[in-house]
Ligand binder design. Structure first.
Ligand SMILES: [Zn+2]
Length: 236
């Protein structure tokens, strides 16, 4: 990959400078490839960032960011003309990113609480987009829901640190190793997210620094789906 992924190190970086590597097209849209980027591409259930790339002779409204063939494409519309080697400034739509970050961290937190309280829990899939959900197999009733909501409210009140740590694949805890792509070698450095009080989880998304930032995280409803359950959640 030609682009250094700045969002991996700091989910709170709203602005940066960069250099254009390539001005190109993808899926019929104008696209820019940069030497480094704060724009998170869509993936892992998280929506892509939006924002602006500005140079001396142009501005570019980024409305989608996509990871394809191991490259990050910033897709959008030009006003003016850009060229390789142009020095540019980047800014992301922070309110949009922060909401996406909270939905992503919230999804992980609910995963852990489901795993703790749902007998015979087996995770199916998740989305941290506008209609966020966790989908799983296992037992479900009102009593389980109350236990999860009680834990959730305690955690949101008390808070807890969220840290990023790199870990060799061979050191990943056995209960989460099934979420690591099987083709990766044992000595692969995986990006792990550590929520205080829970096991590390592999993830390439953006996350809040403290669980107290997820105040307003709520279970919206739980419906049976595909032989299991779909728990819809949101942040008010
Ligand atoms: Zn994640």
């Amino acid at each position: 990959m030609k682009t250094a992924q700045l969002y991996y190190n700091d989910s709170y970086q709203k602005e940066a400078s960069a250099k254009i590597i390539e001005v190109t097209f993808l899926n019929g849209k104008d696209a820019i490839i940069l030497d480094q980027s704060i724009f998170h591409p869509r993936g892992g259930g998280q929506r892509s960032d939006k924002g602006q790339i500005k140079g001396d002779n142009f501005s570019f409204q980024v409305d989608d960011v996509c990871l394809q063939s191991e490259e990050i494409y910033h897709l959008g519309n030009f006003d003016g003309e850009a060229n390789p080697n142009d020095e540019v400034s980047l800014s992301i739509d922070w309110d949009y990113r922060y909401q996406n970050m909270k939905l992503h961290s919230g999804g992980h937190l609910l995963y852990f609480l489901l795993e703790k309280h749902v007998p015979n829990f087996k995770w199916q899939k998740a989305s941290h987009e506008k209609k966020s959900f966790q989908q799983f197999h296992g037992e479900w009733n009102d009593e389980i829901k109350e236990k999860i909501e009680k834990d959730l409210n305690d955690i949101l009140k008390k808070g807890g640190s969220v840290e990023i740590q790199y870990m060799k694949k061979r050191d990943v805890p056995r209960d989460v190793v099934s979420y690591v792509p099987a083709h990766l070698p044992d000595d692969f450095d995986l990006r792990m997210i550590l929520f205080e009080g829970f096991p590390p989880m592999p993830c390439g998304g953006t996350h809040v620094k403290n669980l107290s930032e997820l105040a307003g995280l709520k279970i919206i409803d739980v419906q049976s789906k595909d032989g299991g359950w779909r728990l819809k959640y949101g942040i008010e």
